[in-house]
Design a protein around this ligand. Structure first.
Ligand SMILES: Cc1cc2nc3c(=O)[nH]c(=O)nc-3n(C[C@H](O)[C@H](O)[C@H](O)COP(=O)(O)OP(=O)(O)OC[C@H]3O[C@@H](n4cnc5c(N)ncnc54)[C@H](O)[C@@H]3O)c2cc1C
Length: 615
C-alpha cells in the first residue's frame, strides 16, 4: 500500500472507529453495506453534500451535531487531489484543492492581488522572482487555511475522508466502488467499499482546443494556470465567461502591464449576458475591464502560437544585461462579427503567458460508467432524471450533482443540486414529500387575495416541469455569485425574465457612488431592484461591485418574503453601509426621473474624482 493511501486509510479507520465507539451511527439501516452514502469528489458540491447527509439522523431530519442520541448516516467522501489541476503542496504533500479546486486558486490570487501591491514591491527594488514568491506563498497560505478548515468541518460532521480515485467495479452493480491510489506512485493500491447510495460530484476539467501547445509553463488552460511559476508582464486570455474575466482582472491587479482578452463574440456585454447576467451588470463589468486598461479584442480567435524554443520561462538578456522573457507569438484570426477586417486575416500579438479559458468538460471518463450502465449526454455529462438520479443505473441508487452534469459550471448551481440530491435520496417522508421540495423549496404558498401570487403559481407550474440539472427553471432556487473583481451576483428575475412571464416589471438602480460607504471606499458598481409594477413587489436583485456576493443574501430575503419597494424605501439601514443602496434603489423605482438626475450627478462627481486622481 502506498504511503499516502496507507496514511489516509489509517486516518479513515481512526475516524470510523471513533464514530463507531460512540455508537452514534445509523445502525437501523435496512441494507448490508458499509456506508449509507459514498460521495465521489471533494469539490464544493461533494463537501457540502457529504456534510449535509452526515447531519441527517436516522429519522432523516437535520439534527444538531451535538445531540448525543442522534444516529448519523455513514458517509464516506472519496477525493483524488491530483485530479484538480496543480493544487498540491509537493513539499508537505498537502491537498490545497479540497473543497474548491477549480476556482480556489483564482480566489486566492484575487485576494492576494488586493493585499500585495506589486508596484510597491518593484519600487523597493525587489527582484521579479522574489515578488512572485511573495504572491505565491500568500496564495498557498490562503489555500492551506481553506483546506484545513474543510477537513476540520468534515471530521466534525463525522464524514470519513479517503484519498484516491474512485470508480465502479466491473460487476455491473452500483453498490461497490473501487478506490485506487496510483497517482505519482510506483505501486498502485486498491481498496473496495460497499455503499447503499452514491453521489457523483467529480466536477469538470478545462476544454482544450486543438492546435494550442499547452505546456503548463507559458501556455495554460484554466486548471494548469494554478502552476504558473513567474509573474508575467503581458498576458493574453481567450474566453468571455467568468473564468476569463476573473483572470484578466487578476493579472491587471497584479501589475501586469498588458492584458488582452480575446473574445469570439462581437460584444463582450452580450457574451456575459449569455451566462445569465443582467444587461446593466454585464455593462458595468465590461466598463470596469476597459477602465482597468484591459484590451478587448472582439470577434477573433487564436490561430497559431509560437512558443520560444528554450524551456522554462525562456529568459534572455537585453543589450544592457537586463533579464527579459522571450515572448510567445500568437497569430489572431478574425472570427466573423462587424469588424472591417477581411475574415481569417492573421495578425500577431506577443505576450509572456497565454491562458485558454474556453469552457469545461464533465469528469466522467475515469469512473467506469459503462460497466455500471450509467448514461452520459453528448457533452459527456451524467444524464439524470428529475430527482438527479443517474439514468441507467440498475438500482437507481446513483445520483449526480455539480459540474459533472454539465452547464452552467457554477459552484452555486452545483451546491444547490448537491443539497437537492441528498434531500431526494433521503426523503423526509415515505411519500417522497421531500422530493418535490428539493426543487421548489424557495417557492412558498401565499394568501389567495395576494395579486403578486401569480409569480408563485407560475413558478410552481414551471418547477413541476423543471430541468433539475440546472435548476434554472426556478430563478428563485438559489443566488448566483460571480467572484470577479468587482464581484457580481443576482437572485430572482431580471426585467426581461419578468416580462417573458407576463409580469409588467419596472426597475430602480442605486450606484455605489450614491451611498456614503461606496462613495468613500468603493465607488464602482450598482445595485438594481426589479419589481412588479401592479403590486410594488420586489422580484429580483442584481448587484455588481464590492461585496456583491455578500449583499445578495439580504436581497434574496426581501424577494422571498415578498417585500415591496415601499417597505424597503421606508426601512432604516445603518449609516455608512452598502445596504443603504437598497433604500436608494427602492426610491429610484418610485421616481425614476429624479433618480436618473441623482445618478447623473453622482456619475459626474466620480468622473471628476477619477480625472483628478489620474493627474
Ligand atoms: C478559475 C475559475 C473561477 C471560477 N469562478 C466561479 C465563480 O466566481 N462563481 C461560481 O459560482 N463558480 C465559479 N467557478 C466554477 C466552480 O469552481 C465550479 O462550478 C465548482 O468548483 C464545481 O464544483 P464540483 O464540486 O462540481 O466540482 P470540482 O470543484 O471540479 O471538484 C471535483 C472533485 O472531484 C475530484 N475527482 C475527479 N474525479 C475523481 C475520481 N474518479 N475519484 C475521486 N475524486 C475525483 C477532483 O479531484 C475534485 O476534487 C470557477 C471555476 C474556475 C475554474
Amino acid at each position: 500500500m502506498s504511503k499516502d493511501l496507507m496514511e489516509t486509510t489509517k486516518k479513515s479507520s481512526i475516524l470510523r472507529s471513533a464514530s463507531n465507539d460512540d455508537d452514534n451511527h445509523d445502525d437501523d439501516h435496512s441494507h448490508p453495506y458499509e456506508y449509507d452514502l459514498a460521495v465521489i469528489g471533494a469539490g464544493p458540491v461533494g463537501v457540502q453534500a457529504a456534510i449535509q447527509a452526515a447531519m441527517l439522523s436516522s429519522s432523516s431530519s437535520v439534527s444538531s451535531l451535538d445531540d448525543p442520541i442522534r444516529k448519523k448516516k455513514r458517509v464516506v467522501l472519496i477525493d483524488a487531489p491530483r485530479a484538480s489541476g496543480k493544487l498540491m503542496n509537493e513539499e508537505t504533500n498537502e491537498d490545497l484543492s479540497i473543497g474548491g479546486p477549480t476556482g480556489l486558486f483564482s480566489k486566492a490570487i484575487r485576494d492576494t492581488a488586493k493585499r500585495i501591491k506589486v508596484s510597491t514591491l518593484r519600487g523597493m527594488g525587489l527582484r521579479e522572482d522574489s515578488v512572485w514568491n511573495e504572491i505565491i506563498s500568500s496564495c498557498a497560505e490562503l489555500a492551506s487555511f481553506n483546506a484545513r478548515d474543510i477537513k476540520r468541518q468534515l471530521e466534525y460532521a463525522g464524514v470519513t475522508l479517503v484519498e484516491g480515485y474512485a470508480k465502479f467495479d466491473d460487476s455491473g452493480g452500483t453498490h461497490q466502488l473501487v478506490i485506487t491510489n496510483d497517482d505519482d506512485c510506483k505501486i498502485s493500491t486498491t481498496t473496495t467499499i460497499s455503499t447503499d447510495k452514491i453521489l457523483i460530484a467529480t466536477g469538470s476539467r478545462p476544454f482544450r482546443p486543438a492546435g494550442i501547445p499547452f505546456d503548463g509553463v507559458r501556455v495554460f488552460d484554466s486548471d494548469s494556470i494554478n502552476g504558473l511559476s513567474f509573474l508575467p508582464r503581458s498576458v493574453v486570455i481567450t474566453g468571455s465567461g467568468i473564468v476569463a474575466i476573473e483572470y484578466a482582472k487578476i493579472f491587471s491587479n497584479l501589475g501586469c502591464d498588458d492584458v488582452t482578452l480575446l473574445i469570439r463574440d462581437s460584444s463582450p456585454k452580450n457574451a456575459l449576458m449569455k451566462i445569465g447576467l443582467d444587461k446593466d451588470i454585464a455593462a458595468t463589468l465590461v466598463a470596469d475591464l476597459i477602465r482597468s486598461g484591459i484590451n478587448i479584442e472582439r470577434a477573433c480567435e487564436v490561430g497559431e502560437i509560437e512558443v520560444p524554443s528554450s524551456s522554462a520561462t525562456a529568459v534572455a538578456k537585453t543589450a544592457n544585461n537586463q533579464n527579459f522573457i522571450v515572448p510567445l507569438k500568437i497569430g489572431l484570426k478574425v472570427k466573423g462579427g462587424k469588424i472591417d477586417r477581411p475574415l481569417n486575416k492573421v495578425r500577431e500579438i506577443k505576450c509572456d503567458a497565454y491562458v485558454a479559458a474556453v469552457g469545461r468538460i464533465p469528469n466522467t471518463d475515469n469512473l467506469n460508467l459503462e460497466a455500471a450502465g450509467i448514461e452520459v449526454d453528448k457533452y459527456g455529462g451524467i444524464s439524470v432524471d428529475s430527482l438527479l438520479r443517474a439514468n441507467g443505473a440498475k438500482d437507481r441508487n446513483v445520483y449526480g450533482a455539480g459540474d459533472v452534469l454539465g452547464r452552467p459550471f457554477l459552484a452555486s448551481t452545483g451546491v444547490a443540486q448537491g443539497v437537492a440530491a441528498i434531500k431526494n435520496m433521503f426523503p423526509i417522508s415515505s411519500t417522497g414529500e421531500n422530493n418535490k421540495s428539493a426543487i421548489t423549496s424557495n417557492i412558498s404558498a401565499c394568501a389567495p387575495d395576494d395579486e403578486s401570487c401569480e409569480i408563485e403559481e407560475y413558478l410552481l407550474s414551471e418547477a413541476a416541469k423543471c430541468d433539475p440539472t440546472t435548476l434554472t427553471a426556478n430563478p428563485f432556487a438559489f443566488p448566483v455569485g460571480v467572484w470577479s473583481s468587482p464581484e457580481a451576483s443576482y437572485y430572482g428575475l431580471s426585467t426581461k425574465q419578468a416580462e417573458e412571464m407576463g409580469i409588467e416589471a419596472g426597475e430602480g438602480i442605486a450606484l455605489y457612488a450614491e451611498c456614503l460607504r461606496g462613495l468613500v471606499f468603493s465607488p464602482n458598481g450598482l445595485l438594481k431592484l426589479v419589481f412588479q409594477k401592479s403590486t410594488g413587489r420586489i422580484v429580483g436583485v442584481h448587484i455588481c461591485g464590492e461585496d456583491a456576493c455578500e449583499l445578495i443574501h439580504y436581497g434574496m430575503e426581501i424577494v422571498k418574503s415578498r417585500r415591496t419597494i415601499t417597505d424597503v424605501a421606508n426601512s432604516l439601514y445603518s449609516a455608512v453601509t452598502f445596504h443603504e443602496m437598497y433604500r436608494i434603489a427602492a426610491i429610484s423605482c418610485m421616481d425614476p426621473k429624479a433618480a436618473r438626475k441623482s445618478r447623473g450627478a453622482a456619475g459626474r462627481a466620480l468622473a471628476e474624482r477619477r480625472r483628478k486622481s489620474s493627474k
